[in-house]
Design a protein around this ligand. Structure first.
Ligand code: FES
Length: 125
């Protein structure tokens, strides 16, 4: 099982220097996350246009079956952000619940958490 990183490819970073550029900050971040995740069997990366958190881009979501989901935002489209997102996703994959101890958090993700979503209870069906 892997942790899926969904990167919004239409986000504008809060501090975007080129908000009207044809390539959005989110697309730049997605390319960097894809590069950082290359060869990492713990993670998969996919792109999605708009995660509905546009006022705090760039946004990503981390999901895996039977684990907590995390939404993070306010990322700049740079290698430091991409490496931190992939590092955190790798730790998410290695954990049993999706929860990663704070002391293991990469510095690049600290202050970027937007929400944590509990596991969907599928036993009710
Ligand atoms: S454009 Fe990225 S969350 Fe809306």
């Amino acid at each position: 099982m892997t942790t899926v990183i969904t990167v919004c490819d239409t986000c504008k970073a809060e501090t975007s220097l080129t908000p009207d550029a044809p390539e959005k900050d989110g697309a730049k971040l997605a390319t960097l996350v894809e590069a950082a995740a290359k060869g990492n069997e713990s993670v998969e990366v996919r792109r999605h246009s708009c995660l509905m958190g546009c006022n705090h881009g760039c946004n990503v979501a981390l999901q895996a079956e039977d684990k907590l989901t995390y939404v993070m935002g306010r990322f700049e489209p740079n290698e430091e952000s991409a490496n931190g997102i992939v590092e955190y996703a790798t730790l998410h994959d290695k954990s049993t619940s999706g929860q990663v101890p704070f002391k293991q958090w990469p510095a690049a993700v600290k202050g970027h958490f937007v929400s944590r979503i509990p596991v969907l209870n599928t036993d009710k069906a």
